[in-house]
Write a protein that binds this ligand. Structure first.
Ligand SMILES: *Cc1c(COP(=O)(O)O)cnc(C)c1O
Length: 413
């Protein structure tokens, strides 16, 4: 999006506001699809938790995406957005068995990531096929290309427990329709990812009724010029040919599935905030914006570095700023950033604000969550209104009668 287009959104809808460029989401979806073009059956299941606005889900549906969900509420959002249950996979961790059963009753695909639930679910619903989440214990590490670790991760069933999985499957006569992994870390080294994939292939051979193998996600996107990103095209080429080869060995054409979140929506998003105050201190210049970690927590929570530009004065002389929020705690968006000269009232733009930004927003400091706007075919479309005071008090029950002010204050001796 052009700076002038972003600025026009802030003028029309006010700030703070999130803006999502649909053309970027579409091109990322196509890029990933093209990279795996030689795989006959490819399924991208968009990870809802990255950005869950209904209109974004509808866009994904129109592209032919499925959904990856981690809560029953995300499942319901997906159904509301028009997805067929079979195009939704429920991949939770640490939720109750009741929640998994509720999702299963809605007809969505189930992914189970612990032996206890596998046994319980298999015993009570042997006719419902399930996918199994494996922990391959692989992660990128240090100088050695591959290190086997992640033994402490709470996700998935360890590959060392395959014999136990097989025993449960045999005894309950349940069907396993998919094998899944999602290591959760950024894929920077394609060889590490391919190494983990081999473990998944080896695991897959144990199950005769598979329909798909799900490689999760972890595609890294650039946050600034020069950042390393996952080489999708190279990964596509290498994994596709290996996958096609595996399907021949396996004796059936399987679906290759991914669950990208960040890759599809991160770069499409922009967060716009207005500068309340420019404050020169003895050590730095602070630019304080009308937002904080209540709206945009990634810099503070993950140490994520999001590029910040001044939309109101893009050609101004650059100076160093610390961009901070209005929350009554330390909430630094960026330290010592070179940004074109900032004046009070300017609109700053935070990039890569599509994934894990609005969905992590809160009402801390009793602030409203911002509006969300799509930039679609060169027009701004409001897809979520800014909250209002009513939203803050909606579920509160005011028991003021318990605390009536006494006419005569009690005497304290
Ligand atoms: C969060 C999540 C994803 C998406 O990860 P990204 O890094 O945003 O692509 C995929 N699969 C599962 C199971 C997840 O929990």
């Amino acid at each position: 999006m052009k700076n002038s287009e972003l600025l026009s959104v802030a003028t029309q809808y006010g700030a703070p506001v999130y803006v999502y460029d649909t053309s970027k989401i579409i091109s990322q979806f196509q890029r990933l699809t093209n990279a795996f073009g030689s795989v006959p059956k490819l399924k991208l299941n968009y990870a809802v938790k990255a950005l869950s606005n209904l209109s974004i889900l509808r866009l994904m549906n129109s592209l032919g995406s499925g959904l990856d969900t981690v809560s029953i509420q995300e499942v319901k959002l997906g159904l509301l957005a028009g997805f067929k249950p079979e195009d939704i996979i429920f991949t939770p961790n640490g939720v109750s068995l009741e929640e998994i059963e509720e999702a299963s009753a809605l007809g969505v695909k189930i992914n189970i990531d612990n032996l206890s639930f596998l046994e319980q679910f298999g015993s009570t619903h042997p006719d419902v096929p399930v996918c199994i989440r494996i922990n391959p214990h692989v992660m990128a590490g240090g100088n050695t290309k591959i290190s086997v670790g992640h033994i402490d991760s709470k996700f998935g069933i360890s590959i060392h427990q395959i014999p136990h999985i097989l025993r449960i499957v045999e005894l309950t006569k349940m069907k396993v329709n998919g094998i899944h992994m999602h290591t959760g870390s950024d894929i920077l080294d394609i060889d590490v990812f391919l190494y983990a994939s081999e473990i998944l292939f080896d695991t897959a051979k144990h199950f005769k009724d598979l329909e798909f193998i799900d490689f999760g996600s972890g595609f890294k996107v650039p946050y600034k010029a020069g950042d390393i990103e996952t080489n999708i095209e190279e990964l596509g080429q290498k994994l596709s040919s290996r996958f096609n080869e595996f399907c021949k060995e396996y004796g059936r054409e399987l679906t290759l599935a991914f669950e990208p979140g960040k890759f599809l929506v991160s770069e499409a998003g922009y967060f716009l905030a207005r500068v309340n105050v420019v404050k020169q201190t003895t050590s730095t210049v602070f630019a304080g914006v009308d937002s904080g970690f209540n709206h945009f927590v990634r810099p503070m929570f993950y140490g994520a570095s999001h590029e910040i530009i001044n939309l109101s004065n893009p050609k101004g002389k650059e100076r160093y700023y610390s961009v901070v929020g209005y929350i009554c705690e330390t909430d630094t968006f960026g330290n010592n950033r070179r940004i074109s000269a900032i004046s009070e009232g300017d609109i700053l733009c935070f990039k890569n604000a599509g994934a894990y930004c609005f969905t992590m927003a809160s009402n801390y400091n009793s602030r409203y969550r911002p509006a969300e706007v799509l930039w679609h075919e060169r027009k701004a479309v409001l897809v979520r209104e800014r909250e209002s005071f009513d939203d803050l008090i909606r579920n509160q029950i005011d028991v003021g009668e318990l605390f009536k002010a006494e006419v005569t204050p009690p005497v304290v001796k």
